[in-house]
Ligand binder design. Structure first.
Ligand code: NAD
Ligand code: UDP
Ligand code: UDP
Length: 343
């Protein structure tokens, strides 16, 4: 009898090329540091879906096991409680290095720990990449542009960052992480990729992490006034998490080091964002003005021409379409919390 041939879809190889129909792509061993967090857990979902063997390394500072529950018991998935500030030995093909608190409230909570995570954590992951010959991707940030004097921001812009301010542990930390990444590339020939991520939102964000989208959504659901800091005229550009994950994977699989801006160029003032949240959740929602925090960047908008051209990537989900996708998740968690407190 003839043996049936299982024809699978063409799959993307690690170098970005297509494997012919019928041939199965070799599963990669991939580490995701910070994989229990907001972005990391969505990335893990995609990697698992693709058939990779995924190891998450996380110290659960802001991440939650709950975010990875779908993969517990899957032999291709492993979760290690580990702080990236300490060395670790693993045998892997790719390293997505996300471990680092991302919201200002979290990263200012223990600034020395934040900079250690950015510097020593990144050094350890690069040392690991060097030892095993893995490809390394750094999730840097639009914060490397500081309070930008150019608008929109291109990757060539060097930024306007206060080195001694309350945000420095994060933005200078990420700038150093980028430096380390390039030095391991030039000095030790480690294959590296750098993404500069702009404000991202979606399901699984920490509800009380103080970021503006999570704050406004949770406040509107709880019928509390939305807290606008300063005059609300500062701008940000908000990207839905699935667009970011697609960009990160294309960057890892592609041939270009970067840095690449990964963000949605749709730019909003905080007052405009509050209006969109009102439309989506509650037209009667109120706004309360609060003093702004120190060194708050006045505007931020990515120029994504480079990612469009070299990665064939651009975001697909506009704010008004993405917000409803996170509201259901928040509704369940916000009202689940209240129910737990009553019980
Ligand atoms: P998050 O806080 O949800 O996730 C960070 C994860 O890293 C958490 O699971 C946390 O427990 C873990 N972590 C923190 N310190 C660690 C340590 N020392 N050792 C091991 N694990 C540690 O944040 P996120 O929004 O998912 O961000 C992920 C990455 O993307 C971060 O590097 C962040 O700087 C970057 N980024 C995010 C955004 C955004 O808007 N979400 C914007 C720019 C850059
Ligand atoms: N490192 C790690 N895992 C490895 C290899 C290295 O955590 O598999 C750490 C190592 O402990 C060191 C850092 O990465 O702190 C940088 O390693 P590298 O080999 O570049 O530097 P060296 O050990 O020579 O200082
Ligand atoms: N912000 C706000 N209300 C909030 C939280 C934040 O108006 O409840 C403002 C904040 O001052 C900043 C913008 O929203 O100008 C984005 O803040 P976030 O902390 O989300 O991200 P980042 O400053 O890192 O871009």
């Amino acid at each position: 009898p003839t043996i049936p041939v299982v024809r699978s879809n063409p799959m993307i190889t690690s170098s970005g090329g297509k494997i012919p129909l019928g041939l199965k792509r070799k599963a990669l061993r991939v580490v995701v540091t910070g994989g229990a967090g907001f972005v990391g857990s969505h990335l893990v979902d995609r990697l698992m879906e693709r058939g990779d063997q995924v190891i998450v390394v996380d110290n659960f500072f802001t991440g939650r096991k709950e975010n990875l529950r779908a993969h517990f018991g899957n032999p291709s998935f492993e979760l290690i409680r580990h702080d990236v500030v300490e060395p670790i030995l693993l045998e892997v093909d790719q390293i997505y290095h996300l471990a680092c608190p991302a919201s200002p409230v979290h990263y200012k909570h223990n600034p020395v720990k934040t900079i250690k995570t950015n510097v020593m954590g990144t050094l350890n992951m690069l040392g690991l990449a060097k030892r095993v010959g893995a490809r390394f991707l750094l999730t840097s940030t639009s914060e490397v542009y500081g309070d930008p004097l150019e608008h929109p921001q291109k990757e060539e812009y060097w930024g306007n960052v206060n080195p001694i301010g309350v945000r420095s542990c994060y933005d200078e930390g990420k700038r150093t992480a980028e430096t380390l990444t390039m030095d391991y590339h030039r000095g030790d020939h480690v294959e590296v990729r750098i993404a500069r991520i702009f404000n991202t939102y979606g399901p699984r964000m920490c509800i009380d992490d103080g970021r503006v989208v999570s704050n406004f959504v949770a406040q509107a659901l709880r019928k509390e006034p939305m807290t606008v800091y300063g005059d609300g005229k500062q701008t940000r550009s908000f990207q839905f998490v699935s667009d970011l994950v697609e960009g990160l994977m294309r960057l890892m699989e592609g041939d270009h080091i970067g840095p690449f801006n990964l963000g949605n160029p749709g730019e909003f003032t905080m007052l405009e964002l509050a209006e969109v949240v009102k439309e989506v959740i509650d037209p009667t929602a109120k706004i309360a003005f609060h003093p702004n925090t120190a060194d708050d960047p006045h505007m931020r908008k990515p120029d994504i021409s480079k990612a469009k051209e070299l990665l064939g990537w651009e975001p697909k989900i506009a704010l008004k379409d993405g917000l409803p996708l996170m509201v259901e998740d928040f509704r369940q968690r916000v009202f689940g919390d209240i129910q737990e407190k009553i019980d």
